[in-house]
Every structure is written in structure tokens, then in C-alpha cells.
Design a protein around this ligand. Structure first.
Ligand code: ATP
Ligand code: MG
Ligand code: MG
Ligand code: MG
Length: 466
């Protein structure tokens, strides 16, 4: 059965309303949580409830949450199903229903509402979670299709040394087609770049992990589920690539017009088109939620994503600002669900255009320099990488892309060392400024003293908070 992304989103939220859930709007991409850079999953806004710090108003909630993850950025455009920005459908139970209902309803939604063919569906469980095994079996999933997986994949640890945690169970769709596996491994449920695609994760928060790592049953068990709208849309529309769904079509059409390129003519160009299509959504929503480009924290993530998109634009021949012209297609496609981007559209466009103008000269000069460097030595040394970062504002992602595309060597570890040294210099310089200010000796120019530094943190660790 064919369904549009709007129909799927609405069907999901309606379905869980009929199961007693309160439908809540998406929270901001900026979480009210110092541990997190962005909202990376549907459960993020409810973390205080899961942790028992706040009492829930509704025991059952369903949402479609906007999410940003940068841990998958290298995959974006190259795999059919990874994005920086995506929408996560979710249903949550705060000390109310548990595994039995969560599993049964997920199955009912997938097989009865979406009418996905049962023979295409597989599930994974945590290897010691016999309870889930029995539940899946009892609703009719054949035993051989219930795959037991280790801690790595199917157990959500606590954030830090102690806290709520528990096993999870995932639903995978067998596309029947071997999609190249990123790491060269064998495709199987659990390997999302192969033939099987993970569409839904059900997390059963049933334990509390203590200081010694021992698990204690929680008095109030919770359910946290997350299903990717883009992936489900692809399956429901009979396409392998999320980028071929109705969610991306108008955006890709606009990119083709603005940059005068054709999608699906040249695989290399297709990667660039998909990267731009992905990143324009991310930057639109980030700025829409109040993130501004800067050299640290969230602002630097935004800048990295934006500059990465601009580099791919350059690969497609863009010589002047273009990204801001694509924002309109994002707003037209998604504004009815997320009115904030309608309201902020012209602001978003202004910010993006300003960033583009600022970076455009450096980008072309920097790319020329890269060309010179690699034609001379065939690799990008730590010094060169740092120069490109420091003088031309090249985030390391861009160099990583270039290195990956052309099989150049890139000394990232060495680059990190330079970055570290620069941070120390800047800290020392800052100390001198403070000293100068304290002593009333203010001849130093702040502008020249504060060199940029970046404070990116890995989101994969952050994610495990689930
Ligand atoms: P994967 O193994 O494919 O990277 P995940 O296990 O990291 O996914 P979860 O944290 O379990 O993903 O998130 C729940 C659901 O959100 C996934 O089952 C998937 O449908 C969707 N999802 C996760 N990451 C992404 C992404 N980068 N882009 C698009 N959808 C995603
Ligand atoms: Mg992942
Ligand atoms: Mg996974
Ligand atoms: Mg998962």
C-alpha cells in the first residue's frame, strides 16, 4: 500500500491516540538539557520523567519529534537512510503499560495500519530478554525471525555510571536488495546499511544500574519507542532511498533548478545533491529553533553542516550563494507540521545567505590550496589541515569528505594536536587578558587574542542515555 509521509505521520499519531495516548507537539531541537547538544530522539524532552525527577502529566504520550544527529553525518548522502535532520515518531509510557502492549501495538500498526507484508519483517531482541521473545512469538512472529543481539545493539545503557536502562527490540524491513554495506560486513538485521533496514526501536526501561553495575528492577517501568518517518516513508513508497520519497522530492527538484544539475545522471553528483537536500533541512530547522552560526557548541555544528553543504554546492558548480534559495522548498514541504519555520523563513534565509557570502571566497581559495597540496604530495598533512581550518575556515568534515572521495591520506590525529595547541594558546592568551584587565593594563586587543576553538562532542555517547 502506498502512503505519503503526511499520511504516515498522521496515521501513527491517530493510532496511538486510540490507544489512550496524548498527542503532543514536537519539542525544540535545542534540548533543555546541559548534557545534550541537540534533541537526538523522541524521548529527549521526557528525560526528566524517565529519570523520576518530574511526574508525568499524561501517562501515555505520542509525538513526532524533530531530531538532529551528527554521528551519522559521514553516511549522509552515501547510505539510503541516514540523515542529520529527521523526524522520529514515538509512543511513550511513563510507568503505565509495558512490553506486552508496546510490542503488540507496534506490530498492529506496522502490519494492520501500514499493511507491511509480514514476510518482510524481522525483529531483534536483547539476547537475554526471553520475555520479549515470548511476546513476539505469541503474536505470530516465527521463532527464526526473532534475532537475539548483544548488549552493543540491543541494550540501552544508563547515561554515566548509574541510572535507568534496559533492553530494546527493533523491527527491521527486508528490502530484498543488497545495499552496499559500509564496513564490508554481512548484511543482517542489525546492520542498517545492508539489505535489512531498521525502522523502529522499542526501548524497555526496566532496570536501574547501580554503582557496581548491578541491575535492579525499577518500580515504575517505562516505554520509549522511536520510528524514523523517512525510512517508513521509503518502505511505503516502494523506494530504497529516503531521498526518493515525497519528503525530499520537492527539495531535490529545487536543487536541480537552482544549481542547474540533473539528479540520477552521475552517481558522484547524486551524493552532492543528497547531501545538500539533507543539510538544507537541518540548517533550516536549527536556525528556526534559534541556533546561530558560531565557532563553538551548537553554532559550530550548524556552521559545519552548512559549510559542508556549500562545498558540495561548489562540486556541482555553484559560484554564488545558493543554499538560501532552497529553504523555501523545505518550508513549503514541512511548514504545515512545523509552523515555526514558516514564521522564521526570511530570518533563516538571511542568516544562511550571510554565511554563504562570508565563506564563498575562502571556500574557493581553500579548495585551490587543497588541489595544490594533494597534487604535490597526494595527502593532506596535519599542518595543511590546520591551515585550511584556521585560515580558510574549513571544518575537518570537509577535508574528511575530500580525502574519502579521492582516497587521499588525511592526518586527523595530527590536526587534533594542532587544534589542542591552539586552544591552549587561546586559554593562555585569555589568562593574560584577564590579568591585564585586573591590573588595569588594557592594551591588548580582544579580537586578536581570541582565536576560534571548537567544542564538538560525540553524540554517540550522548545517545546511549536512552
Ligand atoms: P541506525 O542503526 O540505522 O543508525 P539507530 O539504531 O542509531 O539507527 P535509534 O537510536 O534506535 O537509531 O533511533 C530510532 C529510529 O530512528 C531508528 O530505528 C530509525 O528509524 C530512526 N533513525 C535513527 N537515526 C537516524 C538517522 N540518522 N536518519 C534517519 N533516521 C534515523
Ligand atoms: Mg545510528
Ligand atoms: Mg541501530
Ligand atoms: Mg536502534
Amino acid at each position: 500500500k502506498y502512503m505519503t509521509s503526511d499520511e504516515i505521520r498522521e496515521a501513527y499519531l491517530k493510532f496511538f491516540e486510540t490507544k489512550g495516548h496524548k498527542r503532543l507537539p514536537s519539542a525544540s531541537l535545542i534540548p533543555d538539557d546541559p548534557q545534550l547538544m541537540f534533541t537526538v530522539a523522541g524521548m529527549v524532552p521526557f528525560k526528566p520523567i524517565f529519570w523520576g525527577k518530574v511526574d508525568p502529566i499524561y501517562p501515555r504520550v505520542t509525538t513526532c519529534q524533530k531530531c538532529v544527529r551528527t554521528n551519522d553525518i559521514e553516511n549522509v548522502g552515501r547510505t539510503p537512510r541516514h540523515h542529520t535532520f529527521f523526524e522520529m515518531l514515538g509512543n511513550f509510557s511513563f510507568g503505565d503499560y509495558f512490553k506486552k502492549e508496546a510490542i503488540a501495538w507496534a506490530w498492529e500498526f506496522v502490519t494492520k495500519v501500514l499493511e507491511m507484508p509480514e514476510e518482510k519483517l524481522w525483529v531483534t531482541i536483547y539476547e537475554y530478554d526471553d520475555e520479549s521473545f515470548e511476546i513476539w512469538k505469541s503474536i505470530g512472529v516465527p521463532e527464526y525471525k526473532i534475532i537475539r543481539m548483544g548488549k552493543e545493539d540491543n541494550f540501552w545503557g544508563p547515561a554515566g555510571p548509574t541510572g535507568p536502562c534496559g533492553p530494546c527490540s527493533e523491527i527491521h524491513y527486508d528490502t530484498g536488495i543488497e545495499v552496499p554495506v559500509k564496513d564490508g560486513g554481512t548484511p543482517n538485521p542489525g546492520n542498517t546499511d545492508g539489505r535489512f533496514i531498521e525502522i523502529w526501536n522499542l526501548v524497555f526501561t526496566e532496570f536501574y544500574q547501580d554503582e557496581e553495575g548491578k541491575l535492579h528492577p525499577l518500580p515504575r517501568k517505562n516505554i520509549d519507542t522511536g520510528a524514523g518517518l523517512e525510512r517508513i516513508s521509503a518502505m511505503m513508497q516502494g523506494v530504497l532511498w529516503n531521498f526518493d520519497t515525497d519528503l525530499f522530492k520537492p527539495i531535490i527538484d529545487t536543487i536541480q533548478n537552482v544549481l542547474n544539475v540533473k539528479y540520477k545522471e552521475d552517481p558522484k553528483k547524486d551524493v552532492s545533491i543528497r547531501v545538500i537536500a539533507d543539510h538544507v533541512r537541518a540548517v533550516t530547522f536549527m536556525i528556526g529553533d534559534g541556533v546561530l552560526p558560531s565557532n563553538e557548541g551548537r553554532g559550530y555544528v550548524l556552521r559545519r553542516v552548512l559549510r559542508r553543504a556549500l562545498r558540495h554546492g561548489a562540486l556541482l558548480g555553484a559560484k554564488e550563494p545558493f543554499l538560501y534559495k532552497i529553504v523555501d522548498s523545505v518550508v513549503k514541504k514541512m511548514g504545515h507540521v512545523y509552523p515555526e519555520i514558516v514564521e522564521k523563513q526570511s530570518f533563516v534565509e538571511t542568516i544562511i545567505k550571510a554565511e554563504e557570502q562570508k565563506f564563498i571566497t575562502n571556500l574557493s581559495r581553500g579548495l585551490e590550496l587543497v588541489q595544490k597540496i594533494v597534487s604535490a604530495s597526494g595527502k593532506i598533512s596535519a599542518e595543511d589541515a590546520f591551515k585550511l581550518y584556521d585560515t580558510y575556515g574549513f571544518p575537518i568534515d570537509i577535508l574528511r569528505d575530500i580525502a574519502q572521495e579521492n582516497n587521499y591520506e588525511l592526518d586527523e590525529a595530527g590536526f587534533e594536536k594542532y587544534l589542542q595547541q591552539q586552544r591552549e594558546r587561546s586559554r593562555k592568551a585569555q589568562g593574560e587578558v584577564e590579568f591585564a584587565q585586573k591590573t588595569g593594563y588594557e592594551t591588548l586587543d580582544l579580537e586578536t587574542v581570541f582565536v576560534g576553538y571548537d567544542t564538538m562532542e560525540s553524540e554517540s555517547t550522548v545517545l546511549k542515555i536512552k
